[in-house]
Design a protein around this ligand. Structure first.
Ligand code: DQA
Length: 156
């Protein structure tokens, strides 16, 4: 299972960025937890974790992994609420996508209540701080396992 994990703008500043909303863990802490979780999985999981502050770069990264990724975990950060381009890139790659947020975007300002990404995601996990990422990774492993099992059960 090859899983691409993407962090959007300003998430490189986690730990320093509004800790009352986003917590005290750094992005490196979150990535380490994800790597440990992947390594402990009974299924072989390869994670590739990237962060960018630039919309076009995120679009390029997504497209560049069209033949690699079996699933994508993405916290699009502010681009959640603005980016048709990232949505289109994710839809093009056509693998399961899980949208992640540290905060509960529905309990915040109204402009955060709309996501361009949710409609093309299999699910959205938010509001659990850094734990949202771990929950999303578990959900993705579950989805990819089910897909693999269904595929192996399909008669020729
Ligand atoms: C966020 C929520 C977004 O509204 C915000 O712009 C972010 C982080 C979250 O993880 O809670 O940058 O995606």
């Amino acid at each position: 299972m090859n899983i691409l994990v993407l962090h959007g703008p300003n998430l490189h500043l986690l730990g320093k960025r509004q800790p009352e909303i986003y917590g005290h863990e750094t992005l490196a802490d979150i990535n380490t937890t994800l790597d440990q979780h992947a390594a402990a999985s009974e299924h072989p999981v390869v994670l590739k974790i990237l962060q960018s502050n630039h919309e076009g770069e995120l679009v390029s990264i997504i497209g560049d992994h069209i033949d690699w990724a079996d699933g994508i975990l993405i916290n699009p950060a502010a681009y959640t609420h603005t980016s048709v381009a990232i949505r289109d890139a994710l839809a093009t790659v056509a693998v399961p996508v899980i949208e992640i947020h540290l905060s509960n975007i529905y309990a915040r300002e109204e402009f955060r209540h709309h996501s361009y990404i949710s409609a093309i995601a299999v699910g959205v996990i938010g509001g659990f701080g850094s734990h949202s990422y771990k929950l999303a990774l578990e959900a993705m492993i579950h989805i990819l396992r089910q897909t693999a099992e269904n595929y192996s059960e399909t008669p020729n």
